[in-house]
Design a protein around this ligand. Structure first.
Ligand code: SF4
Length: 410
């Protein structure tokens, strides 16, 4: 891992390839305030001048990187954060239209998602979505119970959420909703009851993430001091079962461990990410996985808004991913999804079949009813997805013992 490479060095690593599809992620590192559970990279309370500098710089870096990569197409774009729609209208418009201009040089993406937080959704910003080419919005609701939202330090209460849903209903694009499960004990909110309400909004995609207690967060300190008590394994399993049942009964497919969609509503951007297709991340802390001269390369941009604006394409970490590590990631990511690890592509990239690599371990999973494996690859059953973490524990040793050649990727 080499620290602080400049754009010249990145060019030396990546140049000479090109001609393959690349997805684009743009990180907007601003929030009005920090939620108590969050450990993502974002800055609270930044002024307009800082945001302005960021928008210009991120567009410049995006343009430079796309010119360097020369993608055959950009199938998907994802603008995430932070809270992208905390940007004032003028900068929101400049960012979205600026991304569109730069991306559409390489063709029109089939899907373009923007994350928004309810309290910053308004008619004018929603109007810009359509003009900017956005096709899908991911609405960070997280919950509808006022007590829970307050405890988590969220900026929106039920009223703001309902207002955002109303405004977005007139927009016409696809809407996904994020909810948090595994809430602290004593919360009156119940995810399944909230799902009933969410289903009335017409969202075809819902992500339900388990609330995790991260070191260094306010929630972490509250749990340590005993002010907040988190549910135990058994309670979590019971809740998760009820959530999956609710979705199943309404025709939603659990197409990834935490993501549920009606047919055709899956997030293509995230699917490409789990399939380990090349993607470019721009903005402070954004990560890219791209083909390099020595093999797949993972780069991360500097986690510092000031440095990002002042110096532009600063890469804080550059790592050439060795074959074993990349293969392990291939399984870790692929097995999270309902489609699993697809056999034909696997053989093309790795020169061997899925069955040859997984061998006895894969057959054991099949025997437990946790997976199906064959020429077409391997995919986990509903039960397999539930016990994913314990299944994956067998993989590092298995893969580290294999002789694996350099992947023919992408
Ligand atoms: S709005 Fe999102 S990114 Fe910002 S602090 Fe809250 S959870 Fe983190």
């Amino acid at each position: 891992m080499k620290p602080f490479l400049d754009m010249e060095a990145v060019r030396a690593i990546l140049e000479g390839r090109g001609g393959y599809p690349v997805s684009v992620y743009v990180h907007v590192p601003f929030c009005a305030r920090r939620c108590r559970y969050c450990d993502f990279f974002s800055v609270a309370g930044a002024g307009v001048r800082v945001m302005e500098g960021y928008v210009e710089r991120v567009l410049e870096v995006l343009e430079q990187m796309l010119a360097l990569l020369r993608p055959s197409e950009i199938p998907t774009v994802y603008v995430g954060g932070g809270t992208p729609n905390v940007l004032p209208l003028r900068l929101w418009e400049r960012l979205l239209k600026g991304i569109r201009e730069r991306v559409e040089v390489w063709g029109r993406p089939v899907e373009w998602t923007v994350e928004v937080n309810p309290e910053w959704v308004d008619e004018e910003k929603v109007e810009v979505l359509g003009e900017g080419g956005v096709t899908r919005v991911s609405l960070g609701v997280q919950g509808l119970d006022e007590g829970f939202l307050r405890l988590m330090g969220r900026g929106a209460g039920r009223r703001e959420v309902e207002r955002a849903v109303e405004v977005l209903a007139g927009w016409g694009g696809r809407v996904s909703v994020d909810l948090l499960a595994g809430r602290p004990r004593g919360m009156s909110g119940d995810v399944v009851r909230e799902l009933e309400e969410v289903s009335g909004w017409g969202a075809g995609h819902v992500s339900v993430y388990g609330l995790t207690v991260e070191e260094g967060t306010v929630l972490g300190a509250m749990v340590r001091r005993g002010e907040v008590v988190m549910p135990d394994e058994e309670e979590l399993a019971g809740e998760w079962e009820a959530i999956c049942r609710w979705f199943g009964e309404r025709g939603f497919v659990r197409y990834e461990v935490s993501n549920f969609a009606l047919p055709g509503e899956e997030c293509l951007h995230n699917l490409r990410y789990w399939r380990l297709e090349p993607y470019l991340g721009v903005g402070p802390s954004a990560v890219s996985t791209l083909p390099g001269k020595e093999g797949p390369v993972r780069v991360r941009q500097v986690r510092d808004v000031g440095r990002f604006v002042a110096e532009g394409g600063v890469w804080e970490e550059v790592e050439v991913i060795g074959p074993q590590a990349f293969l392990l990631e291939w399984f870790m990511m692929g097995l999270r999804t309902r489609e699993g690890v697809e056999g034909e592509r696997f053989r093309r990239v790795w020169g061997v079949g899925v069955e040859e690599v997984l061998g006895e371990v894969g057959r054991r999973w099949c025997g437990w009813g946790a997976a199906e494996m064959g020429e077409s690859g391997i995919r986990l059953s509903e039960h397999g997805l539930d016990i994913l973490d314990s299944l994956l524990k067998a993989l590092p040793i298995l893969i580290w013992e294999k002789q694996i050649g350099k992947p023919l990727w992408p």
